[in-house]
Design a protein around this ligand. Structure first.
Ligand SMILES: NC(=O)c1ccc[n+]([C@@H]2O[C@H](COP(=O)([O-])OP(=O)(O)OC[C@H]3O[C@@H](n4cnc5c(N)ncnc54)[C@H](OP(=O)(O)O)[C@@H]3O)[C@@H](O)[C@H]2O)c1
Length: 297
């Protein structure tokens, strides 16, 4: 598979990575099928796996996805060189809900727990899952810097952030990646901010920061609508490709540092997603998708 630089000071990884979330939240498959999905990703040449401590059912199940990824990697007999596992801290799952908790004590504990769940001495990429509104991201970044200096994490990432939050954090610690939502349904990361602030994708491009596009086919609900969208279906037919791979190729084309990280619970879906890295849409097709508004209803 073609590769893209993960970020400053970090290596190149597959241009399409694998998102582990659907393997561990509600609706998750049995473990043997989940492991087959991870192996399908590795078999297809994906070298970036995204997980989080909170990809689980609730607070009693923290680390489910990290343990699953660790188990799948342990059982993988192929080449493990160059595989980057990215996890996150900064959320909790009380009663199955998602809550932001950024305080230093929580992040330090979460990082130690992730090290254990992943079975590693150092986490490749550790991402702040989401900043807490009203709290200082610079102070949170200090904790990430401390974890890096302690050798517990190799590269730092941020998720669900604006350009100004990225820059506040970068004053404190080197940031390799930003992980925000991006699909034809959700394009806020392509939109310029206040006072001519560039879009997050554009800012990542100019800074060489990897932009990990999450929910790139629209997430668990909206992705099911793709085959019924005429613009997508027509382009897919023209390329003898699936609607999902057309959308992934569109996301990939939004910037040279964009790396989509689709989720997938079946071998077939994961293989298809990986194949999107080889699908070249024409400028006219990219434009056609860009100018179409897709309903989120
Ligand atoms: N940082 C954050 O706050 C945040 C938030 C959400 C997600 N994420 C990360 O981003 C990853 C992806 O997001 P997501 O899982 O929400 O949504 P997504 O990647 O848009 O995918 C949702 C579903 O689309 C289906 N799919 C994907 N590729 C397909 C294909 N080629 N053909 C057919 N179906 C396909 C899969 O269904 P099946 O499961 O049925 O195979 C998958 O579960 C997550 O796994 C997680 O790692 C991060």
């Amino acid at each position: 598979m073609i590769t893209r630089l993960l970020g400053p000071g970090a290596p190149a990884v597959s241009a399409i990575g694998f998102g582990g979330m659907p393997l561990s939240i509600a609706g998750r498959p049995p473990e043997d099928r989940a492991i087959r999905a991870v192996h399908a990703a590795l078999e297809a040449g994906m070298t970036l796996i995204d997980t989080a401590d909170v990809y689980c059912l609730d607070d009693n199940d923290i680390g489910h996805n990290e343990r699953l990824i660790a188990k799948a990697l342990k059982q993988w007999t192929g080449n493990k060189e160059g595989i980057v596992v990215a996890t996150k801290g900064g959320l909790t799952r009380p009663g199955g809900s998602w809550e932001r908790v950024n305080d230093p004590a929580h992040l330090r504990k979460a990082c130690d727990r992730s090290l254990k769940a992943l079975g590693v001495e150092r986490i490749d990429l550790y991402q702040l899952h989401a900043p807490l509104p009203g709290s200082s991201i610079a102070e949170t970044a200090e904790v990430l810097a401390e974890l890096k200096t302690a050798g517990k994490i190799r590269w730092v990432g941020l998720s669900n952030v604006s350009v100004s939050e990225i820059e506040q954090a970068r004053k404190v610690v080197d940031v390799a990646t930003v992980q925000n939502r991006l699909s034809p349904f959700f394009r806020e990361s392509l939109e310029p901010g206040f006072l001519r602030e560039p879009s997050v994708v554009e800012h990542c491009r100019t800074q060489g920061v990897g932009f990990l596009a999450y929910s790139p086919v629209g997430g668990g609900r909206l992705n099911l609508k793709l085959p019924g969208l005429p613009v997508i279906a027509t382009i897919a037919k023209r390329h003898n490709a699936t609607p999902h791979s057309v959308v992934l190729a569109w996301v990939l084309a939004q910037g040279p540092t964009v790396i989509p990280i689709p989720g997938g619970r079946t071998v077939e879906h994961v293989k298809d997603a990986a194949g999107a890295a080889d699908l070249d849409l024409t400028p006219a097709e990219l434009e056609e998708i860009a100018k179409t508004q897709f309903s989120r209803a």
